[in-house]
Design a protein around this ligand. Structure first.
Ligand SMILES: [Fe+2]
Length: 277
């Protein structure tokens, strides 16, 4: 069964085990739209079975939040109008130039396309990797577009994020819901998380312009307004401390001095993500 956010918005929960992101469903009077394709044919099929049970208007559109394999490797299972920004489209061409047997995955790792964790997840999700071929979208856009599903609109927008340079967010104003994909997360560099403040804080300003109550983050499920504001605050505090301190140890002491509290694991993670070591 899918999880309900509002009468017109449902989602399938994320699962960390094989890095499955949230898959979103927006229900219009005339058509439905899904957010992200799934991390494998199996993931996509499981979502499709749940949608079929609901007896909805036809699913006509699929929008990708970015190119990462866990959001896109289920694309071939969907026979509909698939949409991504033009940068995502370019990255997906790269995935089509790779083979997915064990040896080829190791070669792709050497080129920095996958890491050990993602290779383990791909092996766990995709049984027939010898014949697996990722698919690209059939419609790409630059900037923004609106999709009318009948009685409900999806505002699709390309956004600069610290996670990738090809992020897309989706806003459904009638339901005050914003799908953020992975754009609130950092980027993995040499095995650790990194936030580029020059990309992060302008993006937060853009996200704050939306009148949203529900924020769908791909690897957390749904955040309330309070939760997302608290997340911004943690990032702001961590960035401020990281700017004033020259080591993680000093940063932790500064946090304790300011708040008379041990920093949480999340705060330590953010301090490290702003380059305190
Ligand atoms: Fe991602």
């Amino acid at each position: 069964m899918l999880e309900k956010i509002t009468d017109r918005i449902y989602y399938m929960k994320n699962s960390d085990e094989t890095d499955r992101p949230v898959l979103g469903l927006v229900i219009g009077d005339d058509f439905c739209l899904i957010v992200d394709a799934g991390n494998s044919p199996k993931h996509a099929d499981e979502f499709k079975v749940e949608i079929d049970k609901m007896g909805l208007p036809p699913v006509k559109f699929l929008v990708l939040t970015h190119h990462h394999w866990d959001h896109t490797f289920g694309l071939r299972e969907w026979d509909l109008i698939s949409i991504a920004n033009y940068k995502t489209n370019n990255y997906l061409n790269m995935y089509q130039g790779i083979k997915y047997d064990d040896t080829s995955l190791e070669l792709a790792k050497d080129k920095g396309v996958f890491n050990d964790f993602s290779i383990g997840c791909i092996k766990g999700e995709i049984a027939d990797r010898e014949n697996f071929l990722p698919k690209n979208v059939n419609l790409s856009f630059d900037g923004e577009m609106k999709i009318d599903l009948g009685g409900i609109t999806c505002e699709v927008r390309q956004i600069i994020s610290p996670h990738t340079d090809d992020s897309t967010i989706l806003y459904i104003p009638e339901e005050k819901t914003l799908f953020l994909g992975d754009c609130i997360y950092g980027r993995t560099k040499q095995g650790s998380n990194h936030f580029d403040a020059n990309l992060l804080f302008p993006m937060i300003q853009i996200i704050e312009e939306y009148d949203a109550e529900y924020y769908v983050c791909s690897h957390e499920s749904v955040c309330s307004r309070e939760e997302i504001v608290s997340y911004w605050e943690q990032l702001n505090i961590s960035f401020d401390i990281a700017n004033k301190c020259s080591s993680l140890e000093e940063g932790v002491l500064e946090y304790k001095k300011r708040f008379d509290l041990e920093p949480s694991n999340d705060t330590v993670f953010f301090l490290k993500s702003f380059a305190l070591r």
